[in-house]
Design a protein around this ligand. Structure first.
Ligand code: ATP
Length: 816
């Protein structure tokens, strides 16, 4: 982070300031002390303005970094607590789950199949198995199998351990020193504007040189002409642009935070506006994730959960009670919502079964395997996706005891799953195997016990958001590991899909035989399939936003144009890979984020339009005068003043516009589209010319009518300022007129304009300033002419767009 004073001093190391300093020296050398002092004053004012903008930009960027701070789960006073990882101290007991990034060096006291990736530390990319066992003292990091090291990732399993070292004392801290966070890289637009800026500087310097040389050749005073060239150069370079873009982006990020979307990578804000496809998870994003156990299929029949007793459950009850990775904390069970639903269902039905037992071994759930098993009292208790579990069963629990299962029976079970899942239930199968002698046998030759059906209502607000995004030309596809029947039922309720041809299974995706153009639901997908989906859309030129929560989703999130990690329940690994984090997992907020993203881009276009038109107007005024051998319409200080009054505050206020009504009613902007696309370039040139011609016209007219050069210059000077102050209202929207928007709907802009008007009046009416700036006071009549002519384009523009809309309405009515 830069010290304030450096940010301030940096303002004066600019090319433009150098040029101005040069001008001040020339002025002083020619004995024009007042000019020299005024130029110095303007340099300082410009510097202060630049400083305020840049300081604000830096501060908001720094604050952004604090929006996302990693958290960890620790056990303190017997209770599980979520704390900021930076607040963890040696001695803390940390709970580690799949996908976590270890917040400190931790000695494991409990380890269930834990494997970590330590490449950051050892360079070794193979996963390392960990244990809680005691190990003789060893030196090498790789041999310390009962330690999990800060900064490494838990790729499998779960566990618990005591913190032995934090911060700089960890192995990581020792090796790396403090690792700097990646920082905020510039966005593509910022880069493009930067190169545009270079271009503009070249052109401006060229034009200004021509003005100076032509001026001198046509008999102008050398000193005045050089100073004019320099001032014009300074005025025509839109130096405020980069800082305003940054402020705009940073402010947008704040507004996004209100919608629970935490931006991690600044360029994402810009990409958001061009999103064409959202690939969304189902559970928790499109559904409420308040899962409830509703029905159980046991011994050939479906039962409502309320109809069952613990006697009906038998071994199945044991599976429900122990086969999970939930942790108890202060009387409730925390962890995977699917598992919690199952456990809480059991608790209502048979509370006596809900005890804790020693788990001898655990194969945790993994969305690739879709299966989980635990070893308790030599029995393997298994649950998982029905198709997977049923294929591993060779016996089934029936009314008449345990029977062998054949293909017909398997098919009939799968039909059962199919039928019930079409009602939107998430289905799990429960199975078991007794007398396990080898861990290898935990997941084969199982006995099928039961099917359970969990209900999870859809998010009502998502339905509305889906409509909005569809209108905005953004397609939403649902991606889920769930059964196709469940997926379709949910998608249909949400309005994402309306016929079953729009569903594709992960398996089909892998085979790649069916085209996926019209697919709206991908069911039974694995994390690798997610990658395929992203690639497919990207190959078609779409801009893809993809959500994810599991460890294995990280590569797909990285591949997507916009990776969105789930804030609740999402793993550290996905959060790290993501461009932004959705703290509340809510789909609606993805759509809000897209709207904000579009709004931010629109705002950037607004002030690019404003600044460039205005500067073009100024340059043109001077250029035409020199070209035709007229007297100069502005003196150098006046040029610098216009730049100061019009470029700073009003342009900044444009960046504070809220997204317009039509933001989500047009298709996404092509990703590579130029800032000047959709007619913006033409608008800039046309209005720039109008501003220039108006000023020249007023200048020449005033010479003819009043025959007073100082007055004519004052009028041209004031006309340029007011042209821009009226124009800034036009720049607020590309479709609406200032009249339909209401002049007061952006109150910052009104204030900015009022301040600029007051400053202009100061230069005209303060006797001292008026002497320095060579102005004379204006009469009512002269004010009238200036205000009328400078506001005319705004009125004409509004009238033109009003009549165009009216005519369009009439034609449309006639066509009907
Ligand atoms: P969604 O998009 O709805 O969040 P997902 O892609 O996360 O779904 P997974 O969690 O991978 O889906 O679940 C796939 C299937 O695995 C589910 O349909 C369910 O049958 C089964 N399943 C889910 N959670 C568990 C679990 N904790 N233990 C065992 N099986 C599970």
């Amino acid at each position: 982070k830069d010290k304030i004073i450096f940010v301030f001093l940096r303002q004066f190391c600019d090319f433009m300031v150098m040029v101005l300093l040069f001008a001040a020296i020339i002025s002083a050398a020619c004995g024009e002390t007042v000019d020299a002092l005024m130029i110095l004053a303007i340099i300082i004012l410009n510097g202060v303005l630049g400083f305020v903008q840049e300081y604000k930009a830096e501060k908001s960027l720094a604050a952004l970094e604090k929006l996302y701070t990693p958290e960890s789960v620790v056990l303190r006073e017997g209770k599980e607590q979520v704390v900021l990882s930076e607040n963890i101290v040696p001695g803390d007991i940390v709970i580690l789950r799949q996908g976590d990034k270890a917040p400190a060096d931790i000695r494991l006291t409990e380890a269930y199949n834990i494997e970590t990736e330590e490449a950051v530390l050892t360079g070794e990319s193979a996963y390392v198995e960990k244990t809680s066992a005691v190990i003789d003292a060893v030196k090498e990091i790789s041999a310390k199998k009962n330690m999990v090291f800060s900064g490494t990732t838990i790729v499998k399993g779960r566990g618990m351990g005591i913190v032995t070292a934090t911060g700089m004392s960890t192995e990581m801290g020792r090796i790396a020193g403090l690792l700097d966070s990646a920082g905020n890289e510039p966005t593509p637009l910022q880069l493009r504007l930067k190169s545009l800026g270079k271009w503009l500087i070249t052109i401006c310097v060229g034009v200004c040189a021509i003005v100076s040389v032509l001026g001198i050749l046509t008999g102008g005073d050398v000193y005045t002409m050089i100073l004019t060239g320099v001032s014009l150069g300074v005025a025509s370079i839109p130096e405020g642009l980069p800082a305003i873009v940054t402020i705009c982006l940073a402010l947008g990020v704040w507004r996004l935070a209100k919608y629970k979307a935490i931006v991690k990578k600044l360029p994402a804000v810009e990409t958001l506006g061009s999103t064409t496809v959202i690939c969304s998870d189902k559970t928790g994003t499109l559904t409420e994730n308040t899962m409830v156990l509703d029905k159980v299929y046991i011994k050939g029949r479906w039962h409502l959960i309320t109809e069952l007793t613990d006697g009906d459950l038998g071994v199945v009850g044991k599976v429900m009670a122990y086969c999970h990775s939930l942790r108890e904390s202060a009387g409730s069970m925390l962890g995977d919502p699917t598992e919690a639903a199952l456990y809480n269902g059991l608790k209502k039905l048979a509370p006596n079964l809900c005890t804790t037992k020693k788990i001898d071994y655990e194969n945790p759930f993994d969305s690739g395997r879709r299966l989980m098993s635990v070893l308790v009292d030599q029995s393997s208790l298994v649950k998982g996706a029905p198709d997977t579990v049923i294929s591993k069963c060779d016996k089934v629990l029936t009314e008449k005891g345990i029977q062998t299962i054949d293909d017909i029976a398997r098919k009939s079970l799968l039909r059962e799953v199919d039928t019930i899942s079409r009602r939107g239930y998430r289905i799990l199968a429960l199975a078991y195997r007794e007398n396990i002698v080898s861990l290898k046998d935990m997941e084969n030759s199982l006995t099928f016990g039961a099917l359970v059906a969990l209900a999870d209502p859809i998010r009502e607000d998502a339905v509305e958001s889906l409509k909005i995004s569809a209108k905005a030309g953004v397609k939403t596809v649902m991606i889920t590991g769930d059964h196709s029947g469940t997926a379709f039922a949910v998608a249909k309720n949400l309005g994402i899909a309306d016929n079953e041809n729009q569903i594709m299974l992960g398996r089909e995706l892998e085979e790649g035989v069916r085209p996926i153009e019209d697919i709206r639901v991908f069911a039974r997908v694995s994390p690798e399939d997610k990658m395929r989906i992203v690639r497919h859309y990207k190959n078609r030129g779409e801009v893809v936003a993809m959500t994810g929560d599991g460890v294995n989703d990280a590569p797909a999130l990285r591949e997507a144009d916009i990776g969105i990690a789930m804030g609740m329940g999402g793993s550290d690994v996905t959060k790290e890979a993501a461009d932004f984090i959705l703290s509340d997992n809510n789909f609606t907020n993805i759509v809000h984020a897209i709207e904000e993203g579009r709004g931010i881009y629109d705002n950037i276009r607004k002030f690019v339009r404003y600044l460039l038109s205005s500067n073009l107007g100024e340059v043109l005024t001077m250029f035409i005068a020199v070209l035709f051998g007229f007297p100069l319409p502005l003196v150098p200080l006046q040029i610098l003043w216009i730049n100061l009054v019009t470029d700073g505050l009003p342009a900044l206020a444009l960046g504070l516009e809220k997204p317009g009504k039509e933001t989500m009613e047009r298709p996404p902007r092509p990703k590579s589209e130029s800032v000047f696309a959709r007619g913006l370039g033409a608008k800039i040139v046309v209005r720039g010319c109008i501003i220039g011609f108006t000023a020249i016209g007023i200048f020449l007219g005033a010479i003819m009518v009043y025959g007073d050069m100082t007055l004519a210059r004052t009028m041209a000077f004031t006309a340029l300022v007011f042209s821009q102050l009226f124009y800034v209202f036009d720049c607020r929207s590309e479709n609406d007129t200032p009249f339909s928007l209401g002049f007061f709907s952006n109150i910052y802009l009104v204030w900015a304009v009022l301040i600029s008007v007051a400053l202009q009046c100061l230069v005209l009416y303060n006797p001292w300033l008026s002497r320095v700036f060579l102005t004379s006071p204006l009469s009512l009549e002269q004010w009238g002419v200036i205000l009328l002519l400078t506001s005319l384009p705004t009125f004409i523009g509004a009238f033109w767009s009003f009549s165009k809309k009216k005519l369009k309405n009439i034609f449309e009515k006639q066509e009907k």
